[in-house]
Design a protein around this ligand. Structure first.
Ligand code: UTP
Length: 289
């Protein structure tokens, strides 16, 4: 299976992170030294994606600018002998990367945002959707590599799943499994943001989707769902037999929330060779505060 395109809905207002997100999209917030959106682009690049489609709204310029070449900066760093830094600002997304921005207009919901990518996806083509504020750290194969393997095995569209504690389940789309085999769930339903007592399972859909073009026929822009938004959950439900759920291996950080964002900085800081020792020492020093 070839996956050449990835869609990044980045049009939300990021209200949980105001005032930081007043004029900067939350996807531009850095974890350690890279903006969230760059982690997402690099993750997609790893499975061979070359076309990166941003569904944008406010303050979109800064995301586009980030992926444009800056040869002055690159040459200056090279001249200073800072080759590593120079390479870190060049060819983000790979040598053939193409970046496209589509204006969502108004953020009418995730289903509507994904629907904005329809004209860029060919008949029968598979593509991925990444919510960059869900940063997923994997020690070995990244979450998209794992999902692609399952799509090839089962010939279906894939939802990334995570077990969520009861007190948080009402913030997510939650699947209703018919049966499970290991990390795979065969599905008979999905519900958007159910009350904890009504949730059909503890398995929530998190920010990675592997779709094919068929999803667009199920997005109904005339029928808002939960909270008055066009929900992707409704589109998935209307074609549920074509989906499987997959519990990936890796740690997800909800960087749209303050505590998730702080945890991501600590975890990735500790995983960073250059920072790890000093950070560990500091954590040890302050652990009783
Ligand atoms: P969220 O609901 O987590 O993002 O949507 P938000 O609305 O920006 O954040 P809060 O809740 O107000 O803090 C998940 C993802 O879907 C995108 C958002 O940008 C985010 O990456 N999204 C959501 C869109 O692109 N368009 C929409 O209409 C809705």
């Amino acid at each position: 299976m070839k996956i050449k395109k990835a869609v990044f809905p980045v049009a939300g207002f990021g209200t949980r992170f105001l005032p930081a997100t007043k004029s900067t999209p939350k996807e531009m917030m850095p974890v350690v030294d890279k903006p969230l959106i760059q982690y997402a682009v690099e993750e997609a690049s790893k499975i061979g994606v070359e076309e990166f489609i941003f569904i944008t709204h406010h303050a979109k310029g800064s995301i586009e600018n980030h992926f444009q070449e800056n040869s002055d900066l690159y040459n200056m760093l090279l001249n200073q002998g800072k080759d590593d830094l120079a390479n870190s600002v060049k060819n983000i997304g790979g040598p053939n990367a193409k970046f496209i921005s589509v204006d969502q207009g108004e953020p009418k919901g995730l289903g509507h945002a994904i629907g904005c990518a329809e004209k860029y996806i060919a008949e029968d083509e598979f593509f991925v959707v990444i919510l960059a504020d869900d940063l997923i750290y994997c020690k070995e194969r990244n979450v998209l590599e794992q999902m692609k393997e399952q799509a090839e095995k089962y010939g279906k569209q894939i939802l990334a799943l995570e077990q969520i504690p009861e007190e948080d389940i009402s913030k997510f789309g939650v699947v209703d499994p018919e049966s499970s085999e290991g990390s795979i769930s065969h599905l008979k339903g999905i519900v958007e943001k159910p009350l904890a007592e009504d949730a059909p399972s503890n398995l929530a859909v998190v920010g990675r989707y592997l779709f094919n073009k068929s999803i667009f026929a199920h997005i109904d822009n005339n029928n808002a769902g939960k909270n008055g938004e066009i929900q992707i959950t409704d589109a998935i439900l209307s074609n549920i037999n074509d989906f499987i759920g997959f519990e990936f291996e890796g740690d997800r950080f909800d960087c749209g929330s303050k505590v998730g964002y702080l945890k991501a900085n600590i975890a990735l800081g500790l995983a960073n060779e250059e920072l790890s020792l000093r950070l560990k020492k500091y954590i040890e020093e302050i652990k009783d505060l």
